[in-house]
Design a binder for this molecule. Structure first.
Ligand code: MG
Length: 497
């Protein structure tokens, strides 16, 4: 059997190599590529993707998986490798290559239309393209056996095993509590944050961010940080996990939080069992669990008071004029200011999930046919008013703000909010296991925290499904209670609720 396993691993290794080579091209596209390189790069990526797909869905892989199906003890790495690979194989086999080609064409045009529509704030430019994307999504769903809900098929690509009804149940309880919390905050006295929007030197901010993530334990011998239009993390191997970042003059310190966020993703990837390299068990288990890692470092650590009790004297030394007369407590309040805003990516912790819930409702509506694409701008604006108490002045600030739908990524959004919830669930457990965690953070010590995350989450890569690993580590499945407790405690203190 080990002969057959080796044969399978050899093919999977090559598929993984092709995927990572594509990631290098994608990274270069964002970091280095001159403007006119785009067309050739698109072709190169399509070619690599096609070769990888053909290799993976070959009859040989199917035969090997079949032969190895019952060969290994349940729970062993080999058994999980066969289980996860078989699931990916079954899914990939169902999607015809003509569909993938058609999708590439439709989404390329949809992306161009979205850029133009957003620029002109005119939904009608994007509408026919989004209608085509939704048609394709329906077609995609038709390749799979009917689930309880058509959206289940889409969600499963991002959160293996998660059901639409589970997400809806989690969100419906959470929504009421978050809307209520925001109402209370709006009635309280607003905190001051003018000093966050002064002019800060870009290089100094960048270096400060690197100093923070070095202390976190991001391994620079296996990583690097470059400038790109949007912050992201990308993995070429366990020994080459890169992040990107940007500097926005209007919000200079957001560079620090982006560095923390992306390093959270990266430390997950750097911590995965090296034995899983070049197999489907490499990489994080799901987008939500991945996001739980980035959010944990960015928010639970990076927006906490103990963290700034350590770093505030240093940041004040770096920016004495900007932070003149500012206390650590007022700095802490400022970086946690809650203000219902129109744009998801700028949203604070108290309002962020509501942006996600709105998108999920619209996606489900598009997929089950209860909402028409033409009605989305109006539905969007109505829900913004209901959840956040504000109305977008135009579609660029509303329904057109996100890139996801233009690329056909429907089913993705809820993972952001689920990641927030998981981060708080993990945090409660970590604080039970590391009793003096706050004190350690106050001393700028993060090694015990990172070791905990490595041991409980990172090392397992894709071995466990998301709900299973959350259950294994915290004792319950993904649930909103810990997040509500976290938000309530934090904002009760900051806003004196
Ligand atoms: Mg992220």
């Amino acid at each position: 059997m080990s002969e057959k396993l080796n044969q399978l691993k050899e093919i999977l290794g090559e598929v993984s190599d092709l995927g990572h080579a594509a990631s290098v091209l994608g990274w270069d596209q964002n970091v280095n590529m001159p403007p006119l390189g785009g067309e050739a790069r698109g072709q190169q990526l399509a070619t690599l993707g096609k070769i990888a797909q053909e290799k993976f869905i070959s009859d040989q892989v199917g035969k090997l998986l079949d032969d190895l199906k019952n060969e290994f003890a349940p729970g062993s790495d080999e058994a999980d490798l066969i289980r996860v690979t078989s699931r990916n194989y079954e899914k990939a086999k169902r999607v015809p290559s003509e569909f993938i080609a058609e999708q590439a064409i439709v989404t390329t045009k949809a992306f161009e239309a979205w850029v133009e529509a957003r620029g002109k704030s005119d939904f009608s430019i994007f509408r026919p393209h989004l209608e085509k994307v939704v048609d394709l999504v329906h077609k995609y769903i038709s390749f799979f056996p009917a689930g309880n809900h058509p959206y289940d098929t889409l969600l499963d690509d991002y959160e293996p095993g998660m059901k639409t009804s589970e997400v809806q149940e989690i969100f419906s309880g959470l929504r009421v509590k978050q809307v209520d919390l925001i109402k209370k905050i709006r009635a309280a006295k607003q905190v001051k944050d003018d000093f966050l929007h002064k002019k800060y030197n870009e290089k100094k901010v960048w270096d400060f961010g690197e100093a923070i993530i070095t202390k976190f334990g991001y391994d620079w011998n296996r990583g690097r940080q470059d400038k790109a239009p949007h912050p992201f993390e990308t993995t070429f191997s366990i020994n080459d996990v890169r992040i990107t970042n940007r500097f926005e003059p209007g919000s200079p310190l957001s560079t620090l939080f982006s560095a923390m966020h992306e390093s959270g993703h990266a430390m997950y990837e750097q911590g995965i069992n090296p034995a899983y390299e070049r197999t489907p068990l490499e990489g994080g288990t799901s987008l939500a669990v991945h996001e739980s890692q980035s959010r944990l470092w960015e928010n639970l650590v990076g927006r906490s008071l103990p963290f700034w009790e350590h770093f505030f004297p240093e940041i004040k030394k770096a920016f004495p004029a900007q932070l003149d007369g500012v206390s650590v407590k007022s700095f802490y309040k400022a970086i946690n200011k809650v203000e219902p805003s129109l744009i998801r990516v700028n949203a604070d912790e108290a309002t962020y999930n509501l942006h996600i819930m709105l998108r999920l409702e619209l996606e489900i509506g598009m997929v089950d046919g209860t909402m028409k694409v033409k009605d989305l701008p109006e539905i969007w604006n109505t829900k913004m008013k209901e959840y956040l108490g504000i109305t977008p002045p135009n579609d660029a600030m509303g329904v057109l703000q996100d890139i996801h739908w233009s690329g056909g990524s429907i089913g993705y959004f809820s993972t952001y909010a689920l990641g927030n919830l998981v981060s708080a669930q993990l945090w409660e457990k970590i604080n039970k296991d590391i009793k003096d965690l706050d004190e350690q953070i106050r001393r700028g010590k993060f090694d015990a925290l990172l070791a905990w995350l490595h041991e409980k989450i990172h090392v397992y890569g894709h071995k466990y499904d998301p709900q299973d690993i959350v259950q294994k580590v915290t004792g319950s499945k993904i649930d909103s209670a810990a997040y509500v407790r976290y938000l309530t405690k934090k904002y009760t203190d900051i806003y004196g609720l």
